[in-house]
Structure formats: C-alpha cells, structure tokens
Design a protein around this ligand. Structure first.
Ligand code: RB5
Length: 146
C-alpha cells in the first residue's frame, strides 16, 4: 500500500512516528513534510497530500495537525478525497467501512501516540463495506460535481 503523509508543525512528531510505523509494516510512504518545528500553514500540506491521493488509485493519505480538523477541511476540497478526522480505532475503522475514506486525519494535541497508532492500524486493515453505503458515498461524490 502506498501512502502520502503530511503535517504542520503541531503534528510533526506524531506524523513522523506514524510514518515509521507504516514503513515497519512494509508500506511505502512518501513524506511531504513538514520536517522541522518551524511554523507552517496546514493547508499547504493537506493540499499536497490530497492531490497525490486523488491522482493515484488505491493510494492513502495520512495528515496530522494539532486537531486533525484543519487538515481534513482542506483535504476535502480536493475532488476524489474523503478525509476523515478520527480519534481512535473505532472511528478509523468506521471511516473506511462506511465512508470509504482514503485519507486519515489525526490531531497530535487530541490523540495520544499509542491510540493514534491503533487508529492507523484499524484504518489500514479495514475495507469499505459497500452495500447500502454505496448510495451514500455516491451522494458525497455528487456534491463534488455540484
Ligand atoms: C496550529 O496551531 C493549529 O491551528 C493546527 O495545527 C490545526 O490544529 C488546525 O486545524
């Protein structure tokens, strides 16, 4: 599985840890930064990762900021991206099974590193359930095209 990862300064430490965890599981990760503690703007990183994910079938995105919220708001502006703010394994799994999320967004100031890693594992291994969810996800896609 190929991932694209990004964070701002408020999410960098957790992003780095989660990138390492994914690589340890054998996944390929393209880390779009940031790479130090200097203050940056989260939409720049959300946009880069969202465009990568939208351009590649089956790719996944990992975004981390202070809350996960700004990252998800920005990423969801890119057509084809369904970014979910998750706080634990339950919400992460549901975002894949019900919403076919292709980007996971986490908040370093909200979710501790162990819980975040469990959430990432749940997101990584869960599959989209389809069925009744197809109609609803199709309606999300309809909203993209106005
Ligand atoms: C940065 O202070 C913070 O606003 C940002 O990381 C994020 O939480 C925004 O949604």
């Amino acid at each position: 599985m190929r991932w694209y990862a990004g964070s701002d300064h408020a999410g960098r430490a957790l992003k780095d840890r989660l990138v390492e965890a994914l690589r340890a599981r054998g996944d390929e990760v393209v880390d779009r930064g940031c790479h130090d503690d200097g203050s940056v703007d989260y939409p720049d990183y959300a946009g880069a990762v969202a465009r990568d994910v939208a351009a590649e079938d089956g790719a996944r995105g990992l975004l981390v900021c202070g809350t996960g919220i700004g990252m998800a708001m920005a990423a969801n502006k890119v057509s084809g991206v369904r970014a979910a703010v998750v706080t634990d394994a339950f919400t992460a799994r549901a975002s894949r099974e019900h919403n076919d999320a292709n980007v996971i967004a986490l908040g370093e100031r909200v979710t501790g590193p162990g819980v975040a890693e469990d959430a990432l594992d749940a997101f990584r291994s869960a599959t989209y359930a389809g069925g009744r969810h197809d109609r609803r996800v199709a309606k999300i896609k309809d909203l993209e095209s106005g």
